[in-house]
Structures are given as structure tokens and as C-alpha cells.
Design a protein around this ligand. Structure first.
Ligand code: ATP
Ligand code: MG
Length: 745
């Protein structure tokens, strides 16, 4: 039983207080990181209720994540002195789902509609494509799904997509498919995630009675992280907030808080322009700026401000330390030799802090891309430091990793039926329930594993058509891989074999053709998996390692280190923040560099700004001078963002700091060379060339060869059992010789 915090207004500075107490009319709080925007929003919520301006269910509050919604519910409850219930508080999607259930009939659904998951969406879209005779080999359904999602982000239902807007995708039929897909969803009484926003926005647009009902009931609207709203979210907010002034003299009581410097979701359709339009959309809007940062120490703040100053076209905000102490540790930039050393030093620092009584939950590792968590997870497990991966799965629990591991398990152990069942129809090979049933029956009767049963049914001619064709290919790929493993026992060959297996079975392709925003991350995870595999002498050794890692069940107890992506860290804060992998090609990401231009780069810089400003007391940036890409080492250049940090607030550290200076002056050398003369740290053994297989390839340089998938090519280099082949259509590839056969010239 807690009491209302009477002095809640006292705990605000004058500007914050103004933002909380200006209850009539539209209000935009535009302010930098850690200035108390979220605190203002929460306090405003409580203030509205405590001053009896509205009942709890008359306030609509939008947060960016479910976690933020939970926190706000707690904070409001705390300020109110009782648990807050019946609130319209949540993410855009959660709020829209709740609204849509009330009015589903207006879009042809019933209130019990189902929300499809991604797999179901793709399955349905595939059916629709088939009906429309669109070749799903040429036009991957995932790609088309991406096109449709972008339309939904922009609030475009099928009838609003003009022919000019039609995508080149699917030969100009995308619009048509979109309409059919929506019609099918309706028949199924279902909608996908994007529909939640789209449908309810359509209803509010076309049903004045429904809109009027919400205008009556929502007296106040509160929106956090406004800079990351996309078009349909913006339309939804505008519909709800723009009331008839004759009927509602106060005007729109909408309060949005945001920071243009933290706009990091443009890749998901977010439009930072929404924040710039606020004054135009809502006549008489007040703008409050908050300038005191209460979160971070002065050096952290100064560094973050200097970094973001490199972006152009900013709204411009002042940010100064609000805690009146000029003390505080400098930012640490640690140069490390490679990712092993990076994970080790982060782990050591965490242990040290923990010994000094710093709670683990006040430490976070923020990575640019999900695949980067693996190295840290394994290190933390070794050290016995409990951790959680916030907003995502632990590395070895991710779907694509489990799939790929299942392929490896079948390769390693053909009798692994669980693994076989997981992948036999991933990617889809037409193995339905009936076919699976037949495999099981055969396996039981002949007392053989499923893989063997599959072979038997193929040989006996029981399986027919495409199914037979596909499963024959699958089994042949496993056959070739197994043969390659036994013929090339040398260290390192298993990595190439696994890569070939994932290629030949179409598994890697499945993700390459996937155009959803998550697909590139999944491919990166797969690459990271083969990198991890390269650390082991054999496939069996690796699989054992992973099962041990996974065995290490998540430790109970609340005190855990946080691992998450920079995107997932928005709005959060920690005493200590580790920011690893600040290298060109990792952060800023390779994709951004490849795209060129300033737009992507500026978004990456905003992400760096978000990262640094999560820290209260210390921020530790690191970069490795060597990264392994597949089996090769590559020198890495420190991220340009490191150079953009002001020297007076940065301390350099690490075994490779000297090397870094040299790296700057000398051009990097690629391909397993170390251009550095600096003292090698103790991980040196790990880089020495592994003992090679004895066997020499019998295919000579210059031989013309044939490969199942890549076609014809010519051997350009041969080394033990490895060949570098220039394929006529597929370019240069490195393969094991068992995968190709000489082809007459
Ligand atoms: P972000 O842009 O990262 O989302 P924000 O502007 O939402 O940041 P908050 O998370 O609301 O900032 O506040 C940052 C920290 O500063 C919190 O720990 C908050 O409790 C504290 N804080 C905010 N205002 C004050 C204040 N007036 N006095 C003391 N502490 C404050
Ligand atoms: Mg916030």
C-alpha cells in the first residue's frame, strides 16, 4: 500500500513542470536524451488524474515497447498511490488491436479475429501468388510481403495504392496480389500485424460515428518516442487528436515527446518529418524544450553531443549536465586485438565492477547487430555471470540458428530424427502431414531413422512428383557433405562442408530471398555460426560445445547483465554501458557503407548517440583490429564515430591501441595478413595456421570443372584439398575438391 507522492511536481525542473502543467492544447516536448521526456509524460499522466481532469480510461498513452508500457503503468501507479487499471496505455499495436476488436465488423471481421504470425502470412501470400500465376521462384513471397508491409506502414489499403505506386515487384502485379491477400485474410477472419493499424485507421477515417465516440472518450493523448512514428501511426494519432474546435474548445490535447537525434527506425517506415510537422498539424501548439540531462555524467554528455554534431539538418537542441557535477570518468575507447579479446576484456571489466559491488543489472552490452551477442554470451557463460538478452533470443535459441544446427546434427548423426524432422520441410519441400506420416510409418516398420526411411521411400518409388524430387536433392546434399567430411579430415574443412550443405539444401537461399527487414540479420547470424564453428576442430566437437552452452540454463534471480541491440535500448538507462564492435563495416554497418550517401550514415550516427546516452556513469567503447570473416582474417578500421569523439573526454586503452595508430597510417592488408608489428597479445596461438590435411588435391590449376549449383568454372588456385574456382556465372568461390568434378574443356 503506497501513498500518493504529494511532491511529485516538486521533483521537476521549471521546464518539465511547464510541460506537465500545460494541460490544454497541443504540446510538443522536443529534447535531447536523458532530459526527462519520459518522466514528464508519466508525471503528466498522473497529474491529469490527480487534478481530476479525466478518469483513467480517458487518457490514451502510447509507448514504444511493451516494457516501456509496463514501466509507465508502474510509475503512474506509484504516483497515484494505487495500482493503475483500465488504462489505455500500450504500444501502437496493442492499442489498435484492442480498438479493432470493438469495431471489427466494419472491416468485415468478427471481434474474435486471429492475428497471423509471420509463417502464416507467408503461407497465405504464397497461395494467393499461385492463384495469380506469379512464379514464386522469380518473385520470392518474402519480398512481396515486404512491399505490402511498406504500403501498410504508409496507411495505404489496396484501393489507395495507385498504379503509379505499384511496385516493379511481381511484374506489376503486386497491387493485385495485395488486394487478393487482404480478401483472403477477411475470409479467414484474420489480420496480420500491419493490419491492426491499417484497419482501425480506415475505420476512423470512414466512420464519423466511431471517431466521434473516441473524441468523446479520449480527453488526453500522450505519445513517447514520437520521432519514430511511421505514417499510419501518425494518421491514427492525428485522427484521434484533431477535434472539432466548436465542440471541443480546448483543441487537441495531445502531448508528444521526442528527439529528432534519436530517430533510428526509418528502415521500418518511421518518418522523422512527423515531428517537424507538429506545429502545422496542431494549430497553436506549444513547444517545450528541456535542456538539462539528468542521466549521464558530464564527459559522457559532452562526447555524445560532439558526436551528433556531425549530423546535418538537425532541429538543434542544447544539452547540458543537470547534476551539477563536472566529475565523472572519461569515455574509454579500448582497442583490442580480435573479438576473443574483446569478449574477454568486457567480461573482466564486468567481473571487476561486480566485485566492487556494482549490480549486474546496471551493466549492458549494446551491439549494432544481433549476431554480435554470441561471443559475449559464451564469455559470460564461461565466467558464470548471469545474463539476459533483452528484446530477443539468446544466440543459440534463434530460429535460423536452430535450423542450421539441425542440419549439422543430421550431418553429424543421421539417426537424429528430431533434427531431421525440424529441417525436412525447411525450406518448404512439399512435405505435408501425410508425407511425414508415411516417413514415420516406414521408419517404425523398418526400424530405421527417418533419414534412412526417406531414402527407402525414394528408392521404392513411393514418393512422387515434386516431393520426390525435392527430397532426393536433400538426401543427395547430405550424402555429398558426409562424403566430403570423410575425405577431407583436415582441420577447417568442416566449415566449408557446412556452408556447402546450407547452400545446396536451399536453406541459405531461403533467407537470401527473404526481403523482410529481419532477413539480413538472420544471414549475419548464420555467418556468425560458421565463424564459431571454425573455432573447433570438428563438427562433433562444436555440436557438443553448443549443447553444453545451452545446458547452462538461464540463471534465476533478477541480477543479470543485459545484452541487447542498440535499437532495443532506446529509452533505457544503465550505470555502465559497453559498446563493442565500433569498426567500419560493423558500425556503421556494411550495408550502410555499401549504399553510400549521407542519409544512412546519419541514422547510424544517431544510433551511436542513442548508445552513448544510455550510460549514467561509464561508457566503454571497443573495436577489434582483426575480425574473422569465415575462415579468413581481415584487418578492421576503427569506426569513424570513434574519431568524432572529442579527445579531451576520451581515454585510450588496450593492447592494440598502438596497433590502431599504425593501422590509421598504413592501408589495411586483407586476407589473413596482419599488417601490424605491435606486440602480439596472448591469443597469438589462435591465429597460427592450423595444421593442414595431408591430402593433396588431384585437380590442377587451370582445370575446367563442374559444380552442381555453380555450373562450369576454372580452377585458379589449389591448396591441399581446397580449390579457388572462378565460375562462369557465380564468380570466385572457395570449395573443397570433392564438390566439383573435372569437366572436359
Ligand atoms: P531518452 O531520450 O533516452 O528517452 P528521456 O528524455 O525520456 O530520455 P528520462 O528517461 O525521462 O529521459 O529521464 C532520464 C533520467 O533522469 C531518469 O533516471 C529520470 O528519473 C531522471 N530525471 C528526469 N528528470 C529529473 C529531475 N528533474 N530531477 C532528477 N532526475 C530527473
Ligand atoms: Mg524516454
Amino acid at each position: 500500500e503506497f501513498l500518493p507522492a504529494e511532491d511529485y511536481l516538486e521533483r521537476l525542473n521549471p521546464e518539465q513542470r511547464e510541460a506537465v502543467e500545460t494541460l490544454d492544447g497541443p504540446l510538443l516536448v522536443l529534447a535531447g536524451a536523458g532530459t526527462g521526456k519520459t518522466r514528464v509524460l508519466t508525471t503528466r499522466f498522473a497529474h491529469i488524474l490527480l487534478s481530476r481532469r479525466a478518469f483513467p480510461n480517458q487518457v490514451l498513452a502510447v509507448t514504444f515497447t511493451n516494457k516501456a508500457a509496463r514501466e509507465m503503468r508502474e510509475r503512474v501507479g506509484h504516483l497515484l498511490g494505487r495500482p493503475a487499471e483500465g488504462l489505455w496505455l500500450g504500444t501502437f499495436h496493442a492499442l489498435c488491436a484492442r480498438m479493432l476488436r470493438r469495431h471489427a465488423e466494419y472491416v468485415g471481421l468478427t471481434s474474435s479475429f486471429t492475428i497471423l504470425d509471420t509463417d502464416d502470412q507467408i503461407r497465405l501470400l504464397k497461395q494467393v501468388m499461385e492463384v495469380n500465376r506469379i512464379d514464386n521462384k522469380r518473385w520470392p513471397p518474402q519480398g512481396l510481403m515486404g512491399v505490402i508491409q511498406r504500403w501498410k506502414d504508409r496507411g495505404l489499403s489496396p484501393d489507395r495504392v495507385t498504379p503509379a505506386e505499384d511496385s516493379e515487384f511481381a511484374g506489376g502485379k503486386a497491387r493485385l496480389v495485395y488486394a487478393d491477400y487482404q480478401a483472403r485474410l477477411k475470409q479467414l477472419n484474420a489480420c496480420d500485424f500491419g493490419d491492426l493499424m491499417l484497419h482501425i485507421t480506415d475505420i476512423l477515417r470512414t466512420r464519423p460515428d466511431v471517431l466521434a465516440q473516441y473524441h468523446r472518450s479520449f480527453r488526453y493523448i500522450l505519445v513517447d518516442e514520437y520521432q519514430d512514428t511511421n505514417t499510419v501511426q501518425y494518421l491514427w494519432l492525428r485522427l484521434l487528436a484533431q477535434k472539432d474546435p466548436a465542440q471541443y474548445p480546448g483543441g487537441a490535447n495531445i502531448c508528444c515527446v521526442g528527439d529528432d537525434d534519436q530517430s533510428i527506425y526509418s528502415w521500418r517506415g518511421a518518418e522523422v518529418e512527423n515531428i517537424l510537422r507538429f506545429e502545422k498539424d496542431f494549430a497553436g501548439a506549444r513547444i517545450v524544450r528541456l535542456e538539462s540531462n539528468y542521466r549521464s555524467t558530464a564527459p559522457i554528455l559532452a562526447a555524445a553531443s560532439a558526436l551528433i554534431a556531425h549530423n546535418g539538418g538537425r532541429l538543434g537542441k542544447t544539452l547540458r549536465p543537470g547534476r551539477n557535477d563536472s566529475s565523472g570518468e572519461k569515455l574509454l575507447v579500448a582497442s583490442v586485438w580480435d573479438s576473443d579479446e574483446e569478449a574477454r576484456t568486457v567480461g573482466e571489466r564486468m567481473e571487476q565492477l561486480h566485485r566492487d559491488k556494482h549490480p549486474l543489472s546496471e551493466m549492458a552490452i549494446l551491439v549494432r547487430a544481433g549476431f554480435q551477442t554470441r561471443a559475449f554470451e559464451e564469455r559470460l557463460i564461461t565466467l558464470g555471470l548471469p545474463y539476459r538478452v533483452v528484446g530477443g533470443l539468446r544466440f543459440y535459441e534463434r530460429a535460423e540458428i536452430r535450423d542450421a544446427m539441425a542440419y549439422m546434427r543430421v550431418l553429424n548423426q543421421p539417426a537424429d530424427d528430431l533434427a531431421f524432422e525440424r529441417i525436412v520441410n525447411v525450406p518448404r519441400r512439399g512435405v505435408g502431414d501425410a508425407a511425414l506420416q508415411a516417413l514415420h510409418v516406414e521408419a517404425r516398420e523398418a526400424q530405421v531413422p527417418l533419414a534412412m526411411a526417406t531414402m527407402r521411400l525414394i528408392e521404392r518409388g513411393t514418393l512422387k512428383g515434386r516431393l520426390r524430387e525435392q527430397l532426393t536433392l536433400l538426401m543427395a546434399a547430405f550424402g555429398r557433405a558426409r562424403e566430403a567430411l570423410s575425405q577431407n579430415p583436415g582441420t577447417g574443412s568442416h566449415v566449408l562442408v557446412v556452408e556447402a550443405l546450407l547452400d545446396e539444401t536451399g536453406y541459405a537461399d531461403m533467407w537470401k530471398r527473404d526481403k523482410s527487414p529481419e532477413a539480413p540479420g538472420r544471414l549475419d547470424n548464420l555467418k556468425e555460426l560458421t565463424r564459431a564453428l571454425a573455432d573447433f576442430e570438428s563438427l562433433g566437437g562444436f555440436l557438443e560445445h553448443v549443447s553444453l552452452v545451452m545446458e547452462n540454463e538461464e540463471n534465476a534471480g533478477a541480477d543479470r547483465v543485459n545484452l541487447m541491440t542498440l535499437h532495443g535500448a532506446k529509452g533505457l538507462e544503465f550505470d555502465t554501458v559497453f559498446l563493442p564492435g565500433w569498426e567500419e563495416g560493423v558500425f556503421p554497418s556494411q550495408r550502410t557503407l555499401d549504399e553510400g550517401g549521407n542519409k544512412g550514415l546519419e541514422e547510424e550516427r544517431r544510433l551511436a548517440y542513442v548508445g552513448i546516452t544510455r550510460a549514467r556513469k561509464r561508457a566503454i567503447i571497443s573495436h577489434a583490429v582483426n575480425r574473422r570473416i569465415y575462415a579468413n582474417w581481415q584487418s578492421s578500421i576503427p569506426s569513424r564515430f570513434i574519431d568524432e569523439l572529442p579527445a579531451e573526454h576520451v581515454e585510450q586503452a588496450g593492447s592494440a591501441a598502438l596497433a590502431r595508430e599504425q593501422l590509421r597510417s598504413a592501408p589495411p592488408v586483407f586476407g589473413g595478413q596482419f599488417p601490424l608489428t605491435a606486440r602480439r597479445p596472448r591469443t597469438v596461438e589462435a591465429w597460427e595456421e592450423p595444421p593442414r590435411a595431408k591430402r593433396q588435391t588431384s585437380i590442377a590449376v587451370g582445370t575446367r570443372v563442374f559444380h552442381q549449383k555453380f555450373g562450369y568454372g576454372t580452377v585458379r588456385a589449389a591448396d591441399d584439398d581446397r580449390l579457388e574456382i572462378e565460375f562462369e556465372h557465380a564468380g570466385m568461390k572457395k570449395l573443397l575438391d570433392t564438390y566439383v568434378e573435372p569437366a572436359g574443356s
